[in-house]
Design a protein around this ligand. Structure first.
Ligand code: C5P
Length: 219
């Protein structure tokens, strides 16, 4: 049983990794599984929300009643999010977005010849910061995967990206984050913080959404 505390609200979220092409057969990406994002989508449906998930390439079935938009690159994820943002009440950036893309994607497969080669990369736009800067911004929540000084970096991101809330986890601990089925989060907002101890990602998703609903009421 889940109380319908998100009834009538629209949630938009990103999940999984993004993938940046190098040539027609190779890419740069990361180990994000998409599990936390899909757990949030499932929990939000239980709580009565309308849910759109913009997902990078992940091997997860779409939970019932969820609108799923599949993307690959960071730019595609940004475009999909920006098309949805104006009719969303809550945005959660759960994706592990590639911060850089390849400057010139080769049109043909790159052949091996030299012993060394360099790949020029350029910065990608920040999807979360772009949502937070939108004139009709939803309640905007970020994730911060850190390996050290978790609280310090998370609070810095909350301010710098102008977020309403940030959920931080220590990914140097293999039982947390990325491919793991469990996670623990410390959640920060401008005037408070809350510990969500290690548990399965669906339970954690319900707890995080409950905190979001509470903060939206007081905001
Ligand atoms: O700055 P950092 O990548 O650590 O911030 C993590 C948060 O920002 C996550 O919520 C992630 O989804 C989001 N992000 C984004 N677009 C980027 C980089 C990160 O939306 N280009």
């Amino acid at each position: 049983f889940a109380p319908k505390i998100l009834q009538g609200l629209s949630l938009l979220l990103t999940a999984g990794p993004t993938r940046e092409a190098i040539d027609p057969v190779r890419y740069i990406s990361n180990h994000s599984s998409g599990k936390m994002g899909f757990a949030l989508a499932k929990a939000a449906i239980e709580m009565g929300a309308k849910v759109t998930i913009v997902a990078g390439p992940v091997n997860i079935e779409t939970p019932l009643n969820i609108n799923r938009i599949n993307v690959e690159s960071t730019q595609e994820m940004l475009d999909a999010v920006m098309q949805q943002v104006h009719h969303s009440d809550i945005f959660i950036g759960c994706a592990a977005v590639c911060d850089y893309r390849v400057a010139d994607i080769a049109t043909d497969k790159i052949k091996k010849s030299a012993h060394e080669m360099a790949l020029a990369l350029v910065r990608n736009p920040d999807i979360l910061a772009s949502v937070a800067a939108h004139p009709q911004r939803p309640f905007t929540v970020g994730f911060a995967a850190e390996t050290q000084d978790v609280a310090h970096y998370a609070k810095d991101k909350l301010k710098r990206k102008n977020l309403d809330m940030i959920a931080a986890n220590d990914v140097s601990d293999p039982s947390q984050g990325f491919n793991s089925d469990t996670n623990a989060l410390t959640v920060f907002w401008s005037h408070g913080q809350y510990e969500l101890p290690a548990t399965d990602k669906l339970t954690l998703a319900r707890q995080l959404l409950t905190l979001i609903a509470q903060q939206m009421k007081t905001a």
